[in-house]
Design a protein around this ligand. Structure first.
Ligand code: SF4
Ligand code: SF4
Length: 168
């Protein structure tokens, strides 16, 4: 168990080293793939098996990522969101970055009654890159230790890149 956590921390550390706030989803997928690839294949297999045991790895739909952060937005996120949801009065400047914005509300206003995202296909990059980017305004790589999706995130992104499926 401890080895598994240590390996995850090594992967996050490697991504953090090269991460840039302007990374696209494809860039993040590439960083995940590269990082996972630099780990010994047996270690990767071991952490994937751990996730299948239910210890960690997949989103448990707790909703924390949509409830507990002010979601940071780029101008292109705002443009895309404006096509699918009403953003009137819900955007403000990020207090930490003069060139970025954020939702005014926390929890996020776009959580539907059933807990799903009302703008899923157009959701901001911060949401797409959770749990490796923080929602606190710095858009740096962090490991949200309470989020169980951490391993699934690496796995999904790496597989998406390998199979060239649409990035979600
Ligand atoms: S991504 Fe993480 S924080 Fe968000 S709902 Fe899934 S498990 Fe919870
Ligand atoms: S935009 Fe969607 S995914 Fe992002 S915080 Fe809001 S409900 Fe969650």
């Amino acid at each position: 168990m401890e080895d598994y956590k240590k390996t995850l921390d090594i992967i996050v550390e490697r991504i953090a080293k090269d991460y840039r706030p302007e990374y696209s989803v494809v860039d993040v997928a590439q960083a995940c793939y590269d990082s996972v690839n630099r780990i010994h294949p047996e270690e990767v297999e071991a952490i994937l098996l751990k996730s299948k045991d239910g210890e960690s790895g997949y989103c448990n739909q707790c909703g924390k990522c949509c409830r507990d952060y002010y979601i940071i937005l780029r101008i292109e996120d705002i443009y895309k969101l404006s096509k699918v949801v009403d953003i009137t009065g819900n955007i403000e400047k990020s207090p930490d970055h003069p060139d970025l914005f954020r939702f005014k509300t926390k929890p996020c206003k776009y959580i539907a009654k059933d807990g799903r995202c009302q703008c899923y296909n157009q959701r901001p990059l911060t949401c797409r890159n959770h749990p490796i980017t923080d929602g606190g305004g710095h858009r740096r790589v962090v490991r949200d230790t309470e989020c169980e999706y951490i391993l699934g995130f690496f796995y999904d992104k790496a597989v998406s890149l390998l199979t060239k499926t649409a990035f979600k």
